[in-house]
Structures are given as structure tokens and as C-alpha cells.
Design a binder for this molecule. Structure first.
Ligand code: ADP
Ligand code: MG
Length: 228
């Protein structure tokens, strides 16, 4: 696969945090190239910068140095407003905590990323319903998050991350709070759904079981990403 065909091209990424105790370098020359349909599992010790890497790749944090290109676009050449719009359109996030809105139903939660534009359409509702069917929640559309199991809540979070058919799907220890069986289900869904959508999936995980199911694995250590 040649570099120019890649959907996601990360070059010389460096991230320093400036704290009262001085400057802390967490990413120190991360290079990465992935194409749609690719799925990468990222492992690494606690504090090695895995979440920081996802935050930068998803445009939530600007890098100190280096560039991120997604589908030909230089992500950080944008203004803050453009960056926020790009993130909304191009990136889906799944976190360890589901961050669902308690007052909204399952269906409404999945539709939240669609509310930013001109409001939800019948097509949006159809697509959200289809995604929820795909993850086995067709009987739970009107439930509130508190009325779901942990595994079900995380399946809703996966659907919400995919509703905009993002070019990049980022998951930060998405199975960290789940038992083995639910973790397996979420892992499979992330892999299958991102293949269906044709996006790039990057998943941070402590689970060697989950990582082993990804076509590509890398470890973050000393600020660098090394292929495993
Ligand atoms: P991981 O997800 O691999 O556990 P993080 O990316 O959360 O690691 O954090 C990497 C390091 O950067 C940690 O030592 C953490 O304390 C530090 N860090 C993370 N976010 C900030 C921040 N906003 N300001 C200063 N230091 C931070
Ligand atoms: Mg983390």
C-alpha cells in the first residue's frame, strides 16, 4: 500500500504538556499510515500517552509538532471553528465511560451527533434504528441509559460514534468496564462495523485478547509507536 493511498497519515507527531512542574513530552515522533478498512490496536503502559494520541488524532488537542492528514486534509491547518466542524463530521469517539445523556432515549442518544446541523431527518432516524438493530438493541430504542446493562450502554455509544459515518473511529479502552463476554461483543462490533462503514479504526486497549483480533497492533512506549 503506497503512502499516498492512505486515509490517515500521521507524521512526526509530538505532544508536550506544559505544567507547573515544567514541560512533559508524551508523544515524541509518532508516525502512522492507515487506509480505510484498516484497524489498529494500540497498547502501552498506563501514562504512556495512549489517550493523548487519540485526542490529537481526533482533533481534540493540537500537537506541538507534526501533522495529521485525513483523506487528504491537513487537520491542524484549520482554525478552531473549522476543526470543531471537521471533528463532528469525520471522527467518532468511543470512551471507556459511555457518556450517554441520561434524560434521552437510546434512539435519541444515537441521533445526538446529527443535531448539530439542520436537525434530524427521517433518514437519520432510519440509519440510527438500523445501527441499533445491528447491535441487537432493536427492542431497546425507547429505553433510557439507566435501564440498560453496561454492555448495552456501550453498544449504544458505538452506534452514536458511527451515526455520521466518520472517516476515523477512535476507541479509548472501550471494553475496560465490561466483563469478558460483553467485551468480546463490543470488540467484534467495532471491527465489523468499521469495516462496513469503510473507515479507519484505532482502538486503545489493555486486553491482549482484543488486540490479538486486530489486523494491526502497535505499542506506545517512550513517546513512539512501534508495530508489534
Ligand atoms: P495513557 O492514556 O496511556 O494512560 P495519557 O495520554 O492519559 O496516558 O497521559 C500521558 C501522560 O501525560 C501522563 O503522564 C499524564 O499525567 C500526562 N497528561 C495527560 N494529559 C495532560 C494534561 N492535559 N496536562 C498535563 N499532563 C497531562
Ligand atoms: Mg488513557
Amino acid at each position: 500500500m503506497s503512502h499516498v493511498d492512505s486515509d490517515l497519515i500521521v507524521t512526526g507527531l509530538r505532544k508536550e504538556y506544559v505544567t507547573a512542574a515544567g514541560s512533559l513530552t508524551v508523544l515524541n515522533g509518532v508516525d502512522l499510515s492507515l487506509t480505510r478498512g484498516d484497524a489498529l490496536a494500540v497498547t502501552g503502559p498506563s501514562g504512556s500517552g495512549k489517550s493523548s494520541l487519540l485526542f490529537v488524532l481526533g482533533g481534540l488537542e493540537r500537537p506541538t509538532l507534526g501533522s495529521v492528514r485525513l483523506r487528504g486534509r491537513d487537520v491542524f491547518a484549520a482554525t478552531e471553528t473549522e476543526l470543531a466542524a471537521w471533528r463532528q463530521e469525520s471522527v467518532g469517539f468511543v470512551f471507556q465511560e459511555h457518556h450517554l445523556l441520561p434524560q434521552c432515549t437510546v434512539l435519541e442518544n444515537v441521533l445526538i451527533p446529527r443535531l448539530a446541523g439542520s436537525g434530524t431527518t427521517a433518514d437519520d432516524v432510519a440509519r440510527a434504528t438500523q445501527l441499533l438493530e445491528r447491535v441487537g438493541l432493536q427492542q431497546r430504542l425507547a429505553h433510557r441509559p439507566a435501564q440498560l446493562s453496561g454492555g448495552e450502554r456501550q453498544r449504544v455509544a458505538v452506534c452514536r460514534a458511527l451515526i455520521n459515518q466518520p472517516a476515523l473511529l477512535l476507541a479509548d479502552e472501550p471494553t475496560g468496564n465490561l466483563d469478558r463476554e460483553n467485551a468480546d461483543t463490543i470488540g467484534s462490533l467495532l471491527l465489523e462495523l468499521s469495516r462496513d462503514v469503510g473507515n479507519v479504526l484505532i482502538c486503545v486497549t489493555h486486553s491482549t485478547d482484543l488486540a490479538s483480533r486486530f489486523p494491526r497492533c502497535a505499542e506506545l512506549r517512550d513517546g513512539r509507536l512501534t508495530s508489534l
